[in-house]
Design a protein around this ligand. Structure first.
Ligand code: ADP
Ligand code: MG
Length: 215
């Protein structure tokens, strides 16, 4: 069964819940190699996004791109930091990609994540191994694309993508940051897990949690 717009809302809510639960941890990670605001920033932005998408359930005019545009605008206006506009772009571009699909199946989800990743890279110019969100997002995208190619059911594909994002997040620890605030530390950024890659793992894990019963 393909996803509905309410499944997309459930994803955003699950992401917001995870970030809220883990905001102290995200802040701790960002204190080590940044300015310690990542948990609070994202928690504030996502709380606003959840507020903005609540109440439109059942509104036939709210297709996937409209839901994600609302999320994107909320994140851009309330998150702040480097990550606010980057997550905003992720959702904006993922929503645009959804427009090309009649059904939100595994192919559409892979295309949405690919478009979101491309948006993040277009805006932030980060390459793989720069120790950013991209290091968790890219493996998730590749995994989704391989799963779509193999005809893997959606819930299973997204669970695999979350595992790939987790591995990508963990692999940021030894890297030297080449983008964002952490890059000011040079060599001293080594040995710390990237906060943005960590929240991006939550983004993908939230999809697997929210969509676990989607066939
Ligand atoms: P700020 O660094 O402005 O305080 P946040 O603390 O909210 O912003 O977010 C920091 C995270 O943003 C980093 O851990 C990193 O993953 C991500 N980030 C920073 N710059 C970039 C970039 N150019 N491309 C992708 N991700 C980035
Ligand atoms: Mg910060």
């Amino acid at each position: 069964m393909p996803l509905t717009e309410n499944d997309l809302r459930a994803w955003v809510r699950a992401f917001a819940e995870r970030v809220s639960e883990q905001r102290q941890y995200l802040t701790k990670l960002d204190s080590a190699i940044g300015d310690g605001d990542h948990g609070q920033n994202l928690n504030r932005g996502l709380a606003h996004a959840v507020e903005q998408i609540s109440g439109s359930e059942g509104d036939a005019n709210e297709d996937a791109s409209a839901v994600f545009r609302t999320v994107a605008m909320a994140l851009i206006s309330k998150t702040g930091g480097a990550s606010g506009p980057l997550y905003g772009t992720f959702f904006m571009d993922a929503g645009k990609a959804a427009k090309g699909y009649e059904e939100l199946d595994v192919d559409a989800v892979a295309a949405m994540f690919r478009a979101g990743l491309e948006g993040v890279q277009r805006r932030g110019k980060a390459e793989p191994n720069d120790k950013t969100m991209v290091d968790a997002l890219l493996p998730a995208v590749k995994t989704l694309e391989a799963a779509a190619e193999a005809g893997t059911p959606l819930a299973e594909a997204v669970t695999q993508a979350a595992d790939a994002a987790q591995a990508g997040m963990e692999a940021t620890t030894p890297l030297e940051a080449r983008k964002g605030r952490a890059s000011y530390l040079g060599e001293r950024s080594k040995g710390h897990q990237d906060p943005g890659a960590t929240s991006t793992y939550y983004l993908v894990a939230a999809a697997s949690e929210a969509w676990k019963d989607v066939a």
